[in-house]
Ligand binder design. Sequence first.
Ligand code: ADP
Ligand code: MG
Length: 853
Amino acid sequence: VGLIHLTPDIVSSFPGKISTSPSPGVEDIYGGAESTTVFVGVRVRPISTREMLSPDVKNIIDVAGNTISITSDSGTVHSFSYDHCFNSSDPLDPLYASQEAIYVAVAQPLLEKAYEGYNTCLFAYGQTGSGKSYTMLGDDLYSESELEVPSAAGIIPRFCRDLLNRADYLHSLNPPEGQLPQSRIEVELSYIEIYNERIYDLLASGGGGTDCREALRVREHPKDGPYVEGVARHLVSSYDHLQTWLLLGNKERSIAATGVNEKSSRSHAVFTIKLTHIQVEDVEGEQLESSKVSIINLVDLAGSERVAAAQSQGDRLKEGVCINKSLLTLGKVITALAESEGRRRPFIPYRESVLTYLLKESLGGNSRTAMIATVSPCNIYLEETLSTLRYAQQTRKIVNHNYINEDPTAVIIRSLKEEVERLRLQHLSRNSCQLFYGETLADEEQLDRDGATDKEKDLLERENAINQKEIENNIAIQYKEEEIEALREQLRFQQLQCQQLLTENNRSLEQRLEEAEAQRQQALESLRRLGIATEKETGPVLINLSEDPQLSETLSYKLKNGITSLGRSNCDLTLRGLHTDNVHCSIKNKNGDLQLLPEAGRDTYVNGKLISSPHTLHHNDRLVLAGIYYFRFGNIVKGKDSNRETSKKMDFYFTKEELLKEQERRLQKEAEIAIAASKAEMEQEMCRQRDQLMRDIEEAQSQLISKQQLVCELEGTQSKLETEKQLLEEQILRDRKNNKSLDLSLPSTGFPNSQLLKEVQAVFNESVQEIRKDFTQVYPPMLRFQIKEANEICKKLKNPYEFTLQEVLTESGLEVIVLIKDLQHLMTATLTLDAFQEKLQILRDIVQVACCM
Ligand code: ADP
Ligand code: MG
């Protein structure tokens, strides 16, 4: 009877199909679950060609078994041990860990567990460029064969291929149609990107790079845990289809990342597969479906480099410092889980970020989880590598508690059936026991026919007890059967409810597959509408180049015959993120001859050079639009990119460096021209100023001369007037002598025109004063004349000297000096004005002496 009470509890807590985490109210919260720690593997990538060219770069990593050692520049050795260490640093090393080896060691065991009904998760963690995407997705994703994957393919394509191959195999084991048990595998996938704490669907058909993508939200189902609300889930039946979705998702990611700096290194890609294993069984004539569900999360995380920096500045999130809240919170969650070892139900800040909320079950919950930490072998990334390795150490301490996600109805019915069977067997054994006792009784009765009342009594009691037990057993069986009936009823009801609620369940598998195929075609079509080739194209194409090698060369834009316009909107090729609304440039294809037609005022560069007139394009030419869109022009012949090796070198970095160098060269040239122009302008200005100065001096000199003339004239007038005055005075004296009686009314002047004379005298004085003032400002008074005088004296005395005046510019302004030239020896010396005055005096003396002789 006790058992009867146990089962309804489970039944009443059963909301849908899957039993996942145990009810938190149950004391033994992890009862019945399998506890496992997170499997941690570390992978070392090879040194890149770029790094190899740098003389400062060296390999500092050594891998021995499951231990990785790093030697810092100071010689300190840091060693860490993990579940597995993969050394992929040297492709020529016989122990080189290939993509296949990593898949087999890390992901294949997860696939096994997924088929058993466990949730699984694998995430790659490491700094940008350390090989996360290479490990998760790999290079060269596209495969023609469903059985073979390219050797560079990563975990996701390998995992998916094996998953679907195994589904095919299980389907092949089914008995002929109509016979039970039948099993069916359903694979649904979704692919999202988390950027800036927002979730974007990479597989929303018809998305195809629309300008504003709608962000989705995480919700939490009370039993199934967190999920992305409204995310597109595509049912896939073949690896070929799955591959298309994967490629479509990556194209969508590339489109979103173009024109946004660093976006891809800051976004997380979460590839989710829902694997449902449905078994149709016959339970007492009734067809019952039981299912096991596994949610598989394959995560390519954002670059961890900045998290290390942010954490070193304190654990608290700071706006601006925090580049990626999700990654930072992931660190906090891992730390909290690692530190809570042994403690029950500690607080874990899952809800602080979108990523950790969504991966709640994968970290410390119901999931088999593995982590691949990717590191670079180079000394220049020592800090980032150590930080990644410490993270990985902590992650190893996380304990998860796994359950098989089984549909409980079938489980309960099966266990009840077993119980009924057990009771039946018990009942049967009792009956046989009774039969046995009955026989012994008969024997004994014959032996002791008389006086056997005690034995009879005893037997009667035992028989009663057996009967009582039998009644109890029958009641128990009745209960169980009633319970089975109730469960069946509940199952029927729930199936009905599900059918009503979920339209998905209303449709047959075939219908759902048809719909998935229609969605796939729709997604392909919307890409085609954007001008993006969905299969390997032949003919002229523009191939995208991205900073993230994973996204580079994933989009090829077909260049049709005629004119293809490129721009933000209303163009043949829509390129989001361009600043202008109109056509940025066009490409004219005239039967394979390609010509780039730039638009004026829009920056269009070919092989680094700014293009302003039509330009013929050649295979492998690099095209940069507005400094943000990078392309390589390719003329693909029969699906093959000729000169593949050369093409590979023409990557994003090559194009960027070329652009920068070309711009530097252009700027340098422009700067040189500008410098030359400004130099010429300066010289011109100096000439102009010098000419102006000369003109000013000449003008001052001519003014001086005219004023000098005026002085002379005035001096002449003065002497004339003085002579007249003298004559007049003499006249007056003579008149006085002749006429003593004459009234001398003007004794002071004694001159009738004395007023006029005074005025003339005043004007004269004033003019002379003014001229003197002006003159002293430029030349000391009379200097020019004194020079002339000195030269004339020299000529007269036949002295071979000549004097000239010269202005020189000194700190205190324009100064005048005298040059003396020795005409015989052709030598020149300068004289101060005082020295010249002395020389002049000597010359005057000599001339006077000479005249007197
Ligand atoms: P992440 O995703 O961590 O930023 P990627 O996976 O894009 O880094 O790797 C950066 C570059 O290094 C890519 O060009 C990739 O092909 C190369 N690479 C990474 N790991 C390996 C490896 N194990 N073997 C060969 N090449 C690798
Ligand atoms: Mg990457």
